[in-house]
Write a protein that binds this ligand. Structure first.
Ligand code: SAH
Length: 261
């Protein structure tokens, strides 16, 4: 005799960088509909949990192993629950989601992903900068320093620095000295760098400097975690930058006839 199963599902939701208004409308609706929520308590703003229906069971994954998280998903979805797994920023950056997907695939538990505003974009907003300035850089590298989680040698910060592209470095501010040392393998010492701690939170902090000055500033401010390190000439282009073609009156494109002949 076949056992009757009611199928629930798991929705991975990007919570955004901190400000509870920076979750997407779709993510917020998923939280409203959730029968159970598993959230990354170390970084997700708990204010977001107020969106849930009163009495919704909430689990802080900071205290759980992968096995415990997927057991909750397994048991909940067997009871027909919609489970929201709330990750900080956008789940696809350092979210450890693939290992959860693999488990759900194995168990044939359906899941979907709702993206979020990554802290990298919240940090750029905080300093009011554009990563992609014409003739300065058209590339943004998202990376981290090797820590307890290794980084493949071919992607070492020193190697990536050789591109002198715009760069955002996650998970590394606690070792700002090593970050600067590796960056100096590729960028000139006068290159601007910004450290944005707790972007979009009420206690957000912004430090601006160069590769020569930033280490001292970070240490003086006592910033040891939850910060983005942004580096590159996009922060302060010493010799200016080229204006966009798209909005240049002489330039013709699909939607507009320019004045140049
Ligand atoms: N998925 C997240 C990143 C998780 S890894 C995202 O898309 O933002 C955690 C790292 O993200 C932290 O070490 C820090 O480098 C960065 N981070 C997370 N929230 C932040 C915030 N509000 N301000 C600055 N950096 C933040």
């Amino acid at each position: 005799m076949s056992q009757k199963t009611v199928n629930g599902k798991v929705i991975f939701v990007g919570a955004g960088p901190g400000d509870p208004e920076l979750i997407t409308v779709k993510g917020s609706r998923a939280l409203e509909s959730a029968d159970r929520v598993i959230y990354a308590g170390s970084l997700v703003n708990p204010e977001l949990l107020q969106i849930c229906r009163p009495g919704t069971p909430i689990h802080d994954s900071a205290h759980l192993t992968l096995e415990e998280v997927v057991t909750l998903m397994d048991e909940g979805t067997k009871n027909g629950e919609t489970i929201v797994r709330l990750h900080t920023g956008d789940p696809s950056m350092y979210g450890a989601i693939k290992e959860q997907f693999d488990y759900l695939d194995k168990q044939t538990i359906p899941y979907s992903v709702i993206p979020g505003v990554s802290s990298v974009f919240s940090a750029a907003a905080a300093v009011r900068r554009e990563f992609t300035l014409p003739e300065i850089s058209q590339t943004l590298i998202l990376t981290r320093l090797a820590g307890r989680t290794p980084v493949p040698e071919k992607e070492s910060l020193a190697k990536l620095a050789k591109h002198q592209a715009s760069m955002a470095i996650f998970l590394s501010v606690q070792d700002i000295g090593s970050v600067v040392k590796e960056l100096l393998e590729g960028y000139p010492a006068s290159t601007p760098i910004a450290v944005i701690a707790k972007a979009s939170w009420p206690d957000e902090e912004i430090l601006l400097g160069t590769l020569e000055t930033i280490e001292e500033k970070v240490k003086a401010a006592g910033i040891r975690k939850q910060a983005q390190i942004l580096v590159g000439d996009f922060l302060d282009p010493a010799n200016g930058y080229a204006r966009s073609k798209l909005y240049d009156p002489t330039f013709t494109h699909e939607y507009r006839q320019g004045t140049a002949t």
